[in-house]
Ligand binder design. Structure first.
Ligand code: THU
Length: 131
């Protein structure tokens, strides 16, 4: 566990505090580390029209890409139960970082598990399939 990773888990736990989850009461925070060392955070943002809700991980990816960053090293995700990124988030992360390191932590930034995106999304469909 590097200090980079500890910092990333702490950023995800802080971002979780901004989660807007009045319908599920399931708050999630995410922090995405770019190859250049920047961190982009996200939280889940729910909506009264439930299907429009957005996950923390995709919020972080879309923020980073909108700011011109497309190369990612790791993502930390903060939640209070066991869990891992949903299928939609796995697919969106795959677009930019097929081998991304995934750190799962609790609401205090403590690591609870660790994996990689290629382990979570075998036989993916991605940009290469369109060429
Ligand atoms: N959620 C995330 O933000 N990330 C995950 O990895 C799992 C699920 C959100 C979506 C919804 O707002 C709430 O958690 C319950 O599914």
């Amino acid at each position: 566990m590097t200090s980079d990773h500890q910092q990333l888990l702490a950023a995800a736990a802080r971002a979780r505090q901004n989660a807007y989850a009045p319908y599920s009461n399931f708050k999630v925070g995410a922090a995405l580390l770019t190859e250049t060392g920047e961190i982009f955070t996200g939280c889940n943002v729910e909506n009264a029209s439930y299907g429009l809700s957005m996950c923390a991980e995709r919020t972080a990816v879309f923020k980073a890409v909108a700011e011109g960053q497309r190369s990612f090293k790791a993502i930390a995700i903060s939640l209070t139960s066991d869990g891992s990124p949903c299928g939609a988030c796995r697919q969106v992360l795959h677009e930019f970082a097929p081998n991304l390191l995934i750190l799962i932590g609790d609401d205090s930034g403590q690591l609870t598990s660790q994996t990689t995106l290629d382990a979570l999304l075998p036989n993916p469909f991605g940009p290469n399939n369109l060429t």
